[in-house]
Design a protein around this ligand. Structure first.
Ligand SMILES: [Zn+2]
Length: 155
């Protein structure tokens, strides 16, 4: 399900205080990938996150049938998130707008992040991570290239 811009705006309008940033992050489980949108609110010396919306569409069947070209929920979250950020005149933070990645830093931890060694998206990986230093998408691409290379050597 993908919420409308009006729905997200009305949730954003009910925030108790002005956010310092709006962020979008991937979240994945056995039901597939989704993108959540949150407002980052100042909280004493730190920050707290207030959920605004969840974007999920299509399910991961598209990975197998290839019918949906990319990630419409990510595109919707990026567009609406940018609109909400514009309304409050604060930054919009979506470290992986093109591919699912759940090892990105949240906005409050962005200074601890480091770029993926291949595509440059901001990462903050949790141990154990066998592909440390590159994102999951790049890891899969790398694996595919590796197996193709091996097949050529075999043939
Ligand atoms: Zn990458």
């Amino acid at each position: 399900m993908i919420p409308t811009c009006e729905e997200v705006m009305s949730t954003a309008d009910s925030l108790p205080i002005r956010p310092v940033a709006i962020e979008a992050q991937w979240d994945g489980d056995t039901f597939g990938w989704r993108v959540w949108l949150a407002a980052v609110l100042p909280d004493g010396a730190g920050y707290r996150s207030r959920h605004l919306a969840t974007f999920q569409d299509g399910g991961d069947i598209r990975l197998f049938n290839g019918k949906v070209p990319s990630w419409p929920e990510a595109r919707a979250a990026a567009l609406i998130g940018a609109e909400v950020a514009k309304r409050f005149a604060v930054p919009f933070f979506f470290p992986s707008p093109d591919f699912p990645e759940d090892d990105c830093p949240v906005w409050a931890e962005r200074d601890r992040g480091y770029p993926c060694g291949r595509c440059g998206i901001l990462l903050l990986q949790h141990d154990p991570c066998p592909w440390r230093g590159i994102c999951y998408h790049c890891h899969l691409t790398f694996e595919k290239e590796g197996s193709q290379g091996r097949n050529k050597e075999d043939g």
